[in-house]
Design a protein around this ligand. Sequence first.
Ligand code: SAM
Length: 369
Amino acid sequence: YDQENEIYPHPRWVRINTLKTSWDKQLKSTFADFEETNVLENVLKASKNQRIFHVDANVENLIALPPLYDTSKMDAYRKSLLILQDKASCFPATLLDPMAHDGDMIDACAAPGNKTTHLAALSSSKDMPSGQKHIFAFERDTKRAETLRKMVAQAGANELVTILGSTDFLQVVPTDDQYSRTTGILLDPSCSGSGIVGRDEEPAFHVPTIPAQSAIQPGHKSKKRKRSRQVEKQRAAESPPVQEESIEEADDETEKRLEALASFQLKLLLHGMKFPDARRIVYSTCSIHVQENEGVVIQALMSEAARSNGWTILPRMQQPPGLQAWSIRGLRSECEQLMASLPHAAGLPSAKEVAEACIRCEKGTAEGT
Ligand code: SAM
């Protein structure tokens, strides 16, 4: 929060749930008496009750409202026509781009379900008879799977999504017949959560995924840091038992803990690569650490599984137009260091290409995550 100028670093992002409504309908109803602005900062500076919105340039059907706007009173929100979802959290399903390939989708680590419902919205089209494209949503944690079930139902995605609760994605057999049409995989595994800034007023289903890098006033800082640590602990607890011991023993954000997380994340990514018809995997985290992000991607690209099956990184120029336009990319010098330290880099995309293909989000940028 910039106290001097009274500007919050990020707005309240609202995704129009196209499974239940359309942007045109919402523009004529919910937002009929709102002012539209092309300048995101006008929304950031707006008072909490001001009826003003900004249409996002990178993610379709996403709009920004004033940071403290109370959506809970909006009829459209209560009916799940509007879903609160931070911009960064909308990138993975956008990048997976379900309509760009003709098969089914897997959401490997799905609860609470923000990305599952977004994927469902992007997978359904008037031109496509229902049932043609399907999403399999896996969630290892039984309780969290219940939340996922509720969220999918509320969003109107029941017909498109099969929830496989209490199911470890690593135990799923890639050659199983029911996954033979799977062409896209979204992998958003448990992580350190180091990129999350919590907001106390968020509703229960909302998982903010904004890297916590810019200045926050001291009073807020300790409180938010504390909450962020709680989230990190919770996420560490979600990691597989083999890593739990080292996670518990390690101090907050130590190398050891990040290594344990990264090796678990890599395992999941390599498992995704085994699905015979898979053509695109989107890997995402809410972490700012290179080990959990570019590091995992590079190790996956260097793996035998990737090389023998021809997996490579999707260049920026082949990403959906809204994301091509997104300027904050992977950390190039870290990619260079990592690739120089690993054997067998020959024949792979260069560190520059890898960094350019990765997408990072920063809080409080002009682009507004
Ligand atoms: N994609 C979700 C969203 O946008 O709402 C957030 C996913 S959260 C970061 C990671 C989830 O993966 C947790 O609910 C965790 O229980 C689950 N998980 C962790 N390891 C898993 C595994 N091996 N198989 C299935 N789910 C797993």
